[in-house]
Design a protein around this ligand. Structure first.
Ligand code: HAM
Length: 417
């Protein structure tokens, strides 16, 4: 038998209802905050991701599904959505009438990481981006939306970890100090970090190898190098989060795995997830749109890991799983035809209805109704038709009522609601 690919998964009925509920809650929150949905392709030119996410990142170096198409052009299954949303914003000049735009998009991403609980090769993200606003308050708006969504979904124990990565004015000094420090601990660094320490020292701070983490304990912090504007930006973020009662900690080690960030970065972390503790991450990326050939427009955004979010959402799955309102147990050929007409009419009226299409005994059909979790059984036999009424049985209370065949669909709907 052909099995699915390692790191990929099916989301089956019974679980998918939870995904739908999470997506519905997120969409309704995005609507309330004025975000518009945007749908972007699953594949893009490799160059888009290499230039946005950064050549030295794990994602671009090791994790992208990249292949030549039949003409030899290199294309990549998207590892994230931000680069594509920026590409679309620039390509369609969505900034022309008003640069301030808020977008959200939901869909699958692909990274060839080592699969484990909470880490997949095809995973899903709920992505939000705000273009055209410099103010730190929109960074806070994003974190506030995340916090609100998680509390609506009863996600336990989430804290926003925040940091600032500075700007092109202050970051170079930090990079120099960091490179100097890295040279002093070079013997303890993994081979990737040794290679990255001069080219892109910030990436070393993101390394997950335990010996590197140990060696970096005394590394300089970017927060000590911020310029006045970046300090003010970060202070406003902290003050606004505090006044909105959003729990947060300043995490000076948080550099994120993508190169495009400037100033505010954040991750929503929880202990409920085990090793993969980030349920969402994001930050400001003021230089990305310009570097992709667009105008100089600031931007900020986040992505939620939907797989992780559904794993820890405290919603009652069984309450979300819908079972049929009615199962029609039809006895005899004539009854089956009438039952089928009623089934179609009831479904159209929003009453979920099932029936048995084979010639089965009443006992076996009652068992089947029980198995599918039907709330009511409608018993339609040739005798009932002759007598002009059918029996509706409530499966929970076991009460039975007689329903006249004339206007049956209306009568049934009225009885069960
Ligand atoms: P990211 O931190 O790479 O950021 O991913 C965001 C979230 O996606 C993570 O916090 C995690 O929950 C989930 N995630 C990432 N990789 C996997 C995986 N292999 N399996 C399961 N879940 C995963 C970004 O992607 C940025 N584009 C976020 C952003 C938007 N920044 C600004 N705008």
């Amino acid at each position: 038998m052909i099995q699915l690919i390692r790191g990929f998964k099916d989301i089956l009925p019974g679980e998918v209802e939870l995904w739908q509920e999470v997506e519905k809650t997120a969409k309704s929150l995005f609507d309330d905050f004025g975000f518009k949905e945007i749908r972007i392709p699953i594949m893009e030119r490799t160059e888009l991701f290499a230039r946005s996410i950064g050549e030295d990142t794990d994602i671009v170096e090791k994790e992208m599904y990249t292949f030549p198409d039949r003409k030899g052009d290199l294309i990549t299954l998207r590892p994230e959505a931000t680069a594509s949303v920026c590409r679309s914003y620039i390509q369609h000049k969505l900034y022309a009438a008003d640069p301030v735009r808020k977008f959200y998009t939901i869909g699958p991403m692909f990274r060839r990481e080592r699969p484990q609980k909470g880490r997949y090769r095809q995973f899903y993200q709920i992505n939000a981006e705000i273009f055209g606003v410099d103010s730190p308050l929109v960074d806070v708006e994003l974190i506030f939306i995340l916090n609100t969504l998680f509390s609506k979904l009863s996600v336990p124990d989430v804290t926003a970890h925040i940091n600032s990565l500075g700007c092109p004015d202050c970051r170079p000094d930090f990079k120099t100090a960091l490179s100097k420090f890295l040279t002093s601990v070079v013997d303890d660094l993994c081979s990737d970090c040794v290679r990255r320490k001069d080219r892109n020292p910030l990436r070393v701070l993101d390394c997950k190898v335990p010996s590197c983490r140990e060696a970096l304990k005394e590394a300089p912090s970017i927060l000590d190098y911020l310029c006045t504007t970046c300090i003010q930006h970060f202070d406003t973020v902290k003050n606004a989060l505090a006044s909105l009662d959003v729990p947060f900690v300043v995490d000076k080690r948080l550099v994120r795995g993508l190169d495009y960030y400037t100033r505010t970065t954040f991750e929503m972390q929880t202990h409920a997830l085990g090793a993969q503790n980030a349920v969402a991450g994001g930050g400001r990326y003021d230089g990305l749109i310009k570097s992709l050939g667009g105008p100089d427009i600031p931007a900020t955004g986040f992505a939620i890991g939907l797989d992780r979010l559904t794993e820890i959402a405290g919603l009652d799955r069984s309450a979300l799983f819908k079972t049929p309102d009615i199962f029609i147990a039809a006895l005899g050929q004539k009854s089956r035809i009438l039952a089928f007409e009623w089934l179609c009419a009831l479904c159209l009226k929003g009453v979920e209805t099932e029936m048995e299409f084979e010639d089965k005994s009443l006992k076996s059909q009652m068992k089947q109704a029980d198995r599918v979790g039907a709330h009511h059984v409608l018993i339609v036999g040739d005798n009932e038709i002759k007598e002009g009424s059918v029996i509706l049985r409530n499966m929970k209370t076991k009460d039975q009522v007689s329903i006249p065949i004339e206007n049956a669909v209306e009568n049934i709907k009225a009885k069960i609601s």
